[in-house]
Design a protein. Sequence first.
Length: 293
Amino acid sequence: MGKLQSKISFHTSKYRADGSVEETGPVRAVQQHGPTHTDAVTSVAALKPDLCVSGGRDKSVAVCSWRSGAVLRRFIGHEREVTKVTSGLDSNRVFSASRDKTVMMWELHGTSGPSQHFPGHDLVVTGLAVSPDASQLCTGSRDNTVCKWDTETGECLGRAAISRNLVTHLCWVPGEPYVIQTSEDKTIRIWDSRELQVAHTFPAKQHIQTCCDVSHDGRYCLSSSSGSAGEGGEATLWDLRQTRNQVREYKGHFQTTTLCVFLPRGPALAPSIATSSYDSTVKVWDRDTGGRG
């Protein structure tokens, strides 16, 4: 993750892959700690206010401190690269997916081995979402399927297949039985986890949908698109309430937007989102106006 940086930068810049520079306002430099893995980091997720979990090409899952960068736990059990990591509200459990077609559950305060296995997909697992009460897990894969699992027993509770539905990401709607899913078929689907059926499909976009996130209040969904040479690469805000329509697009990346997230809202801050892209930039947007921070 690089070397530790502790100084304050008063005029930071966003550097693009084409060499151009986008000036921003004053901001505190991000602290970088490293290295946590022996190969590229493929996924990272918040675990607790002071902890994060990451997965890497070195097949390992690591739990680290935000403050010190110290690796507190390392879990090894996958046979191939870790593709996704996540944690539910029960943050003492960590879930990881891999190119070895499996999903594993790890106990933060348990042994170094997995406490549960979730085998069953035929190809790399690319989506991972835990229910609000941590009793169920939804997984998605490039094998065109979405599966639901009991986290205690490891039993597969349901399996649904849709032609050409190469899953890219999954996220659970807070307080609801719904799971949002993005796909290489350019669509965003809402799954009802109770029967594992598609409850709604948003109008297809022009490019592959790479990632999704749900706002903390469960009212909005965010998706990101593939792109190149300035075409595509946008993030899209969707209304999850009755209208379920497209609200806004955030355009400004020059290549595929790989990640989109709703940022925590402070008492004096406007609702914001963040996106990252293959164009080497991370951008922060005003959710309601589309302006960049």
